[in-house]
Design a protein around this ligand. Structure first.
Ligand code: SAM
Length: 232
C-alpha cells in the first residue's frame, strides 16, 4: 500500500523538526512542496537528497493526476508546506481529500494518509501565551473584505479565546478593528516571528498593544498570530 505522509516542518528555527519527520523525508520517493526552494533549505541542512515536486493551491488537475498515478504505482510521498503543518491555512487539504476519494476501477485507491506531527504557529503561540487554553476558536486568516465586519462582531461577543493568523500588511488595520469592535480594554496577545531571532509576545489590552506597535514601527514585520481573550 502506498502512503502519503503529511509532514510538519519548522516555522522558523530549522532545528524544530522531529527525528521521525527527517527519517520519512529521507525515505519517501518524492516530497510534494508548497515551494521547492523553501523546502530545499531544510533538506540541505539535513543532507536529504529526496526529489521534490511543487504542489500548491493553484496546482492544476494534471498535477493531481500525476500524484494519484504515483500513489497507484505504490510510491510513497511526503507532503510539506513552506512552514508548519500542511493543510492548516496551507495547501494540501484538497489533495488529501482527492486522494481519499480517488477510485481505480471502482475501488478506492489503496493509499494510507499518515500524519507526521510537527510545529504549527497556532499551537506554538497558544503554548506560551500565558493563558488557559482549555478551548479556543481558530479563524485562520480573516477575510479582507466580505464577512470581515461580521467576524469582528463575533470576536467581540465571544467568551472563548479566539486565535487567527495575520500578515504584517494588515496587522495595524486589524488592531484598529479590534479597538472598534472589542473596545480598548480587551486583552490580546500578539505572537510575532515565533522561533526566529526577533520572536516577540506583545501582551496587554488592545490599546497597550496598539501603542507598542505605534512606538516600534520596525516590529510591524514578519509573521503574526493574534490571540484575543474572551469577553468577561
Ligand atoms: N501551516 C502553518 C502552520 O501550521 O502554522 C501556517 C501557514 S499560514 C500560510 C502562514 C501564517 O502562519 C503566517 O501569515 C502567520 O500568521 C503564521 N505564522 C507562520 N509562521 C509563523 C511564525 N514563525 N511566527 C508567527 N506566526 C507565524
Amino acid at each position: 500500500m502506498a502512503t502519503l505522509f503529511v509532514v510538519g516542518t519548522p516555522i522558523g528555527n530549522l532545528e524544530d523538526i522531529t527525528l521521525r519527520a527527517l527519517r520519512v523525508l529521507k525515505e519517501v520517493d518524492l516530497i510534494l512542496c508548497e515551494d521547492t526552494r523553501v523546502t530545499k533549505r531544510l533538506l540541505l541542512k539535513y543532507e536529504i537528497g529526496t526529489p521534490t515536486m511543487s504542489y500548491h493551491a493553484q496546482s492544476k488537475l494534471a498535477k493531481v493526476d500525476k500524484i494519484l498515478s504515483l500513489l497507484e504505482e505504490g510510491k510513497n510521498l511526503a507532503l510539506v508546506s513552506d512552514a508548519g503543518t500542511p493543510c492548516i491555512s496551507d495547501p494540501g487539504a484538497l489533495l488529501v481529500s482527492q486522494i481519499l476519494d480517488s477510485k481505480v476501477k471502482g475501488q478506492l485507491l489503496n493509499v494510507s494518509v499518515v500524519p507526521i506531527p510537527g510545529p504549527s504557529a497556532l499551537v506554538t503561540a497558544l503554548s506560551s501565551a500565558g493563558i488557559s487554553v482549555a478551548e479556543f476558536t481558530f479563524l485562520g486568516f480573516l477575510p479582507h473584505k466580505k464577512g470581515r465586519e461580521t467576524l469582528f462582531k463575533e470576536i467581540a461577543d465571544s467568551s472563548r479565546v479566539i486565535a487567527f493568523y495575520e500578515s504584517p500588511h494588515r496587522i495595524e488595520k486589524t488592531l484598529e478593528s479590534l479597538e472598534k469592535f472589542c473596545g480598548t480594554e480587551r486583552n490580546i496577545i500578539i505572537a510575532r516571528e515565533l522561533t526566529k531571532i526577533y520572536e516577540e509576545f506583545a501582551r496587554g489590552t488592545v490599546s497597550d498593544v496598539k501603542a507598542h506597535f505605534a512606538e516600534n514601527p520596525d516590529r510591524i514585520r514578519g509573521e503574526f498570530v493574534v490571540i484575543v481573550l474572551g469577553r468577561m
